[in-house]
Write a protein that binds this ligand. Structure first.
Ligand SMILES: C[S@@+](CC[C@H](N)C(=O)[O-])C[C@H]1O[C@@H](n2cnc3c(N)ncnc32)[C@H](O)[C@@H]1O
Length: 205
């Protein structure tokens, strides 16, 4: 990753201005995958999402190649969202060859989709970007709690009954379960990796 795209403070990852500025850079960073690439998790995703025609919501797609790689693996029905307009325009242009994929400038805390319309929702590192406020990680600020809960509320609203929300993060269960556990859903957690661990949170509606 080039120094030009690194923020001066970690908190900047939580601001739309940071992401707009990062994605605006000409010719730099064609793509960047946070945490893991599709190849690293493809077997797991194919197991969790056995139906290739599933309608999949990508939350905060960034310029990751995850959607493109999934598309090439047969998951054609992917609806991508990100709140950075410049990013969404670039990604729509870049993926013009893949007409089944959609690209929407949208805040994941306020999804503009109908209730019960997706089979799958995927978040790879996006909730984490909303957790970068400078604070005690054991006692996150109310704003962080609200933002994460709003995302999960919205995801559960747009998922069909029997749907699945897949969240990939480095965040350990103690810091993430509080947003993902709901009385009406089940939560499974899988640990990935050798020396440094990542976690796959699987919420089923
Ligand atoms: C850490 S990056 C992850 C990108 C991608 N998912 C990946 O795996 O590489 C976070 C992305 O989420 C977007 N984002 C952050 N907060 C968002 C929000 N509230 N609504 C929509 N997009 C958001 C940012 O613009 C950025 O593209």
């Amino acid at each position: 990753m080039s120094d030009r795209v690194l923020p001066q403070k970690n908190e900047e990852y939580g601001s739309k201005e940071y992401w707009d500025q990062r994605y605006n850079l000409e010719s730099e960073e064609q793509s960047f995958d946070w945490f893991k690439s599709y190849a690293d998790v493809a077997d797991l995703l194919r197991e969790i999402v056995p139906v290739k025609s599933s309608r999949i919501l990508m939350l905060g797609c960034g310029n990751s190649t995850l959607s493109q790689d999934m598309y090439e693996d047969g998951f054609k029905n992917i609806v991508n969202t990100d709140y950075s307009r410049v990013l969404i325009e670039k990604m729509r242009h870049k993926h013009a060859y893949a007409p089944e994929m959609e690209w929407h400038e949208m805040d994941i805390r306020d999804l503009k989709f109908e209730t019960d319309t997706f089979d799958v929702a995927i978040d790879k590192g996006t909730m984490d970007a909303m957790m970068t406020a400078k604070a005690d990680v054991w006692d996150p600020p109310e704003e962080v709690v609200q933002n994460c809960n709003r995302e999960v509320d919205e995801v559960l609203r747009v998922l069909k009954k029997g749907g699945v929300f897949i969240y990939l993060t480095f965040g350990q269960p103690h810091f993430r379960k509080r947003y993902l556990e709901r009385p009406e859903t089940t939560l499974e957690i899988r640990k990935i990796g050798e020396a440094f661990h990542y976690y796959l949170y699987i919420v089923r509606t």
